[in-house]
Design a binder for this molecule. Structure first.
Ligand code: EPZ
Length: 419
């Protein structure tokens, strides 16, 4: 079992080249199922989830080739399967996004409930009720889903009860080659959705955005491959900024072009860091003593991102004063708290509320990553702790962070990966 050994106390600084966004490349890879010919994806992050998505595409009949310098080429000359086996579905949550794409291409799809981070029940009711509205027969039995569209997918007006990112993506993928028009209201607004839309438009899809939460799609009969550069990863950006903030460092992030940096830099400024950004980079300098943030409530974009909750909690565990988190997106996303408390943090959880009393120091300990962002928060705590921390089950971390040990080591961390 892989683990990270981190000796805390070093300042994290210098320069880090930011990776491409995990939550953008995954839906775009499933979208290639709908686009005939070759798609060239640039700025691809090297992540275990990307390899998992590649295995699903290969299983379906596409050819996936990892080129050099972060380029992935995907050739699709028609699928020879329209079902995805459990062993491929269970590797990550976003495998469910293949449902809309395979339905759009084949008119049928069978798969089981996906795997991924255990953040509480992760139902698919919003996905499935929207697909039923679009003329899809959906049968759920024994944890698997069998979908058929006897008369093809029909465009429809869909009002989402909650701006679910995955459901929005599945509906988009089912709609782009449907017959007729689809309007999605109360759609998710995360930037990764717009990266998916720009890829699909480049493939020939007809998509308009009316206002911030309404997406209008006119179905077309076919789509072709294209070239697309994956947007930078805003959560990875926040993670490396947090590494610098919590170790009193100064860091420049490059390859940040196109990111809405204000949407996540604002939280670092609230705790007393100085943050500057231009078209291509973000610069952060830690505040002398970090200040607590009285209230951090996770919300759909453009609110405080749930994926930043564990990351900010690690930093604020060292800030002066009391910070209060409210996790409103997932039912069980405080699994990292025990590990942070084992390292000397003072965090109490009351349901969806977590109260963080800043402490002067953290101490190295042996901990186990619980999920992707929880594992990242343990890395951050370890960087600022006195002594050495061992983090096991780092497969969770490798799902979303490219070579995190190499990156942090280049920025001054004493970190080692041991198998
Ligand atoms: C995406 O997950 C991201 N994953 C998550 O990032 C992110 O935390 C989440 O969006 C919210 O921003 C990918 O993009 C691969 P949701 P997703 O559907 O699509 C409930 C990370 O760390 N819900 O917006 O699964 C659901 O249970 C990961 O990178 C229903 O109730 O998120 C959750 O409580 C973690 N019924 C809430 O909505 C449904 O049919 C948000 O889920 C669908 C969702």
């Amino acid at each position: 079992m892989n683990r990270l050994i981190i000796k805390g106390g070093n300042r994290i600084g210098g320069e880090i080249k930011l990776q491409g966004a995990k939550n953008s490349i995954l839906p775009i890879m499933s979208a290639t199922v709908l686009a005939k010919g070759e798609t060239i994806l640039k700025n691809c992050p090297e992540l275990s989830d990307v390899y998992a998505a590649g295995r699903i595409l290969t299983h379906l009949g596409c050819r996936v080739r990892k080129e050099k310098d972060g380029v992935l080429s995907i050739s699709n000359n028609g699928l020879d399967k329209c079902s995805i086996p459990d062993k491929l579905m269970c590797e990550m949550r976003s495998s469910i996004i293949f449902l809309g794409a395979v339905l759009g291409e084949c008119g049928e799809c069978s798969l089981c409930f996906p795997g991924g981070c255990q953040l509480g029940p992760r139902p698919l009711d919003i996905h499935l009720s929207a697909l039923r509205k679009m003329g899809v027969n959906v049968v759920e039995e024994h944890g698997c889903i069998k979908c058929r569209t006897p008369h093809g997918i029909k465009g429809s007006n869909i009002m989402l009860p909650f701006p679910s990112v995955g459901a929005t993506e599945n509906i988009i993928l089912a709609a782009v080659r449907a017959s007729g028009d689809t309007e999605i209201r109360n759609a998710a607004r995360e930037p990764e959705i717009h990266d998916l839309l720009s890829y699909l438009r480049a493939c020939g899809a007809k998509i308009e955005c009316a206002g911030e939460s309404t997406i209008h799609i006119s179905g077309v009969s076919s789509l072709h491959g294209c070239e697309h550069s994956i947007m930078p990863d805003r959560i990875a950006a926040a993670t490396y900024m947090a590494a610098s903030a919590v170790t009193d460092g100064a860091l420049r992030l490059t390859n940040t072009g196109g990111l809405d940096a204000d949407s996540f830099s604002v939280f670092f400024e609230q705790m007393g860091c100085s943050v500057y950004h231009d078209q291509e980079s973000i610069y952060i300098k830690s505040g002398k003593k970090l200040k607590a943030i009285k209230s951090l409530k996770t919300m759909p974009y453009p609110g405080f991102p749930t994926d930043m909750q564990a990351i900010m909690m690690a930093v604020l565990s060292r800030a002066e004063g009391t910070s209060v988190f409210e996790e409103n997106i997932f039912e069980s996303r405080y699994k990292h708290v025990d590990a942070l408390n084992k390292m000397g943090a003072d965090i109490k959880v009351y349901g969806k509320i977590a109260v963080v009393e800043g402490v002067n120091r953290l101490y190295g300990a042996d901990v186990r990553a619980t999920d992707l962002r929880g594992g990242a928060s343990m890395v951050l705590a370890a960087l600022s702790a006195e002594g050495t921390t061992t983090i096991s089950d780092i497969n969770h971390i490798d799902r979303g962070y490219e070579k995190i040990d190499v990156i942090l080591s280049s920025a001054g961390a004493e970190i080692e990966r041991k198998s």
